[in-house]
Design a protein around this ligand. Structure first.
Ligand SMILES: Cc1cc2nc3c(=O)[nH]c(=O)nc-3n(C[C@H](O)[C@H](O)[C@H](O)COP(=O)(O)OP(=O)(O)OC[C@H]3O[C@@H](n4cnc5c(N)ncnc54)[C@H](O)[C@@H]3O)c2cc1C
Length: 385
């Protein structure tokens, strides 16, 4: 009997899952409110995604990596983390041969995944429609779309972002951490070379990161309290350039604004369960990471890949033991980095004086060879479980 899998949301996680299930005996229906033209050619959203080598391998197996132009894959050779004005930098990746991964614009990843999914014989894309009601029981799953259409399935997968309505409708709670800070991302050009190195400073009152893109080009990532971020986003190009130049000093030479900043209010979310009767969660709907450790997409891809592995060839993809196996593995794989990120964000946004020596101490501790090795493993191959 042919089984049906409904995926709510055609973001990177939903598309990755649909592509991972292409060629399986199941019928896959992907529901997404955005129109097909936007999915095929999403506009730039300012995000530059740091992909681990493992994610690149998965994207290649999904037939998506090949659709990203080579000139748009920017190698990341090292990441340096600094505490305020201290000259000491914790380095991740120095002395390694080869890149830690690549930076690729989010819209290009989404376009590549869409290309890989579009036209797969067992995958149906329902664009321009939203799921407004979802219900599952051991007997089956059912959703209602915003035009009143009802669809039944053997398995329902929520991939509809960190504040997933589907997750809520399924009665699955989530822990939510809001930070009162907004991350702004946009491109600058500069006259000095970045050498493929990403640099992040935890200042007092703000965090800045420069992510290396093409020659003389970086993504500037600025995190500020929400009200301050709103003020910065409203500055003119000239005032914004002057502000950035003041923050960066002369280290990158003369700078120019290439794109306006896109703001993202920061929150981390972690679902109480990643599966239930005839349902599962993937991507941000399961684990909504803080971008500071750059793992939301990497985890989302891993969740889709991992879920597909347990259900693709099953006679019944909604079988509880299979969904539980997925849920346990993904939880074990994501908990360490999620918790580490939560503590890191807490420490580096703690403006009290007594937090300052702790921050410096944490970075020095991170420089010890065994800790550094463990960190590289945690960041480059997370979720090996
Ligand atoms: C500034 C920034 C930088 C980042 N940098 C990195 C990085 O360097 N590395 C990394 O790994 N990750 C990074 N991330 C995280 C990454 O972008 C996300 O984890 C990833 O986009 C999540 O994908 P998703 O498919 O789960 O969710 P989304 O991309 O949010 O997609 C959800 C989809 O569901 C659809 N949807 C919503 N509601 C419904 C509904 N009711 N019915 C049907 N469809 C619905 C939406 O339209 C959307 O298309 C960053 C994030 C930010 C904000």
């Amino acid at each position: 009997m042919r089984r049906t899998i409904l995926i709510v949301g055609a973001g990177p996680a939903g598309l990755s899952l649909a592509r991972s299930l292409a060629g399986s005996p199941h019928k896959v229906v992907l529901i997404e409110p955005q129109p097909r033209e936007v999915l095929a050619a999403p506009p730039p959203d300012g995000r530059e995604i740091a992909l681990t080598l493992r994610s690149e391998r998965i994207l290649a197996r999904l037939g998506a990596w090949q659709h990203i132009p080579e000139a748009e894959k920017f190698p990341l050779t090292e990441a340096r983390v600094r505490n305020g004005k201290s000259p000491f930098a914790l380095s991740i990746g120095s002395g390694q041969t080869g890149a830690l991964g690549h930076l690729v614009s989010n819209h290009l990843i989404r376009a590549a995944l869409f290309k890989a999914v579009d036209g797969q014989p067992n995958v149906e894309l329902r664009c321009g429609r939203k799921v407004v009601q979802a219900h599952t029981s051991p007997a089956g799953a059912e959703v209602t779309l915003d035009d009143g259409t009802r669809l039944a399935a053997d398995l329902l997968v929520a991939a509809d972002t960190r504040f997933s309505q589907t997750r809520e409708q399924l009665g699955i709670g989530a822990s939510v951490e809001r930070f009162g800070h907004t991350m702004m991302v946009g491109r600058i050009s500069h006259t000095k070379a970045h050498g493929g190195v990403a640099t992040e400073w935890f200042e007092y009152g703000r965090t800045i990161a420069l992510l290396p893109l093409g020659e003389g080009m970086s993504s500037l990532v600025l995190t500020l309290p929400d009200a301050e971020a709103r003020r910065v986003c409203a500055l003119s190009d000239a005032d914004l350039t002057a502000l950035y130049a003041g923050y960066l000093g002369d280290e990158w030479g003369a700078i120019a604004l290439e794109t306006r900043p896109s703001p993202y209010p920061l929150a981390m979310t972690y679902a109480e369960r990643f599966s239930g009767p005839r349902c599962a969660l993937v991507g941000d709907a399961a684990v909504g990471m803080h971008p500071v450790t750059a793992h939301g997409f990497n985890f989302g891809l891993l969740s889709a890949w991992r879920l597909a592995r347990v259900i693709a060839q099953a006679s019944d993809p909604g079988e509880p033991s299979r969904l539980k196996r997925y849920a346990i593995r993904h939880r074990v794989a994501t908990t360490p980095l999620y918790q580490a990120t939560l503590h890191l964000v807490g420490l580096f946004t703690d403006e009290r004086r007594r937090a300052r020596p702790i921050r410096a101490g944490v970075l020095r501790l991170g420089a010890l060879p065994p800790v550094r090795k463990a960190m590289i493993r945690l960041l480059s191959e997370p979720g090996v479980a």
